[in-house]
Design a protein around this ligand. Sequence first.
Ligand code: IMP
Ligand code: ZN
Length: 364
Amino acid sequence: MEWCVSMPKIELHAHLNGSIRDSTLLKLARELGEKGAINFPDVEHVILKNDRSFKEVFKLFDLIHILTTDHKIVTRMTKEVIEDFADDNVVYLELRTTPKNNDSKGMSKRSYMEAVLEGIRSVNSVEVDLCHKLKEDTSAHSHTVDDICNNKTRRKKIYVGLLLSIDRRETTEAAIETVKLALEMRDLGVVGIDLSGNPVIGEWLTFLPALEFAKEQGLPITLHCGEVPNPDEIRAMLNFLPRRIGHACCFEDDEWNLLKRLKIPVEICLTSNIITETIASVDVHHFADLYKSNHPLILCTDDCGVFSTSISAEYALASSTFGIGKREMFEMNDRAIDFIFACDRVKQELKTMFASGLSELLNL
Ligand code: IMP
Ligand code: ZN
């Protein structure tokens, strides 16, 4: 575990509200309880519960959203989440979140995102490099693993790119609104689009116009795909050729063959899949087959707050279950640089950093 913490890591599948600290969530719930808006003991029980079914996870998200839909709280949560990932030696983070309207709080999708950006700007324990397009041509200095892990020569640094999520509960119009917002905010750190939300809700065709529009405009897309058995949707999603997919749990042979032929990288979330019982146990997880087939993949947390995990814990779990060694874990991160959504400048800086770091890390 100690080594997994020290390794520089790339996190590509983290939902902002799902990554909130338990302690922050409890504090917010207590405050709302004191105001009489919720019954704290009921909510405390839901927050502290450790294993949750798929249905319960989405109930918990509804509760989290009641507690967090306020500009100041969104800002604070974002700051803490980035600090937590940086503490865990994540050097490149793609953080995704669903822009929300909430008239009673004077919140629009845009003001929600501005609160997120304010949270990123307020991080001061670590240097944050927001991956925005304007910076694409500036060739900044590169960092070595030694700089980043041991913090010897300069402050720790984390690159952050934002993905705007379309929730499967949304209409076509709402999804298009999110894509337009993402396009407007490309210069501010938005690097792509995600489709997520309860997989038993909503139809692929509802989101397709928005996703096609995003693609035409050159916005990279990742899709939550195959969290429940739905072969028609899985095939339609793969044939859409997203830049990446998340999960890929309920695939049959045809879908595996298509995925492998198309070589679409997969964001693997071991603990999330086990806790939600999408996969029966970690030793039968499809990670093993994809890894053996040399399919592009990367380990991710999904919702480290909700599932009480960390990206280092995911590597430790993969290592102990599948016998993945230090060099292999490092190389998995190095190879993932090819499918991050950030610009070439960031890719190049990360490549330089990883290239200089392997021998140092193997000696740690
Ligand atoms: P937010 O987008 O920052 O509000 O993060 C929480 C949201 O992410 C949830 O309401 C879901 O829409 C989405 N989400 C988080 N985990 C999952 C998952 O495992 N499957 C599908 N959607 C998810
Ligand atoms: Zn997810």
